[in-house]
Ligand binder design. Sequence first.
Ligand SMILES: [Zn+2]
Length: 116
Amino acid sequence: MNAVSSSCPVCGCDDMWRQKNFPQSIGLFMVGLAMALSTWAWMRYEPVWALGILLFFALIDWVLYIVMPDVLVCYRCRARISGLPNEAIVPKFDLEIQERYRQEEIRRNQQSPPAN
Ligand SMILES: [Zn+2]
């Protein structure tokens, strides 16, 4: 396992998290589509199809999880850095750290409100 330098090249922030490089909107759409199709099959008294549809989408999700590369995301500026080796040790998303940066941004905006 390699420890990777996890500081943001854009803002220099040391806190980054790892996530799959896959658009969340497409992922949510796939979940919604699986739910709708499975419900439709269940409504037509086809329980094998209803479960099969869910298993099919679970298989797609699993394959995407294996195939899609990871990216580093900066807590402060949300920059996404690709090219991360799979064995790199980078922490997963932490809501507490995210909240700290969110509060920091709020304080910064209160001190110097945007000119408009
Ligand atoms: Zn950054």
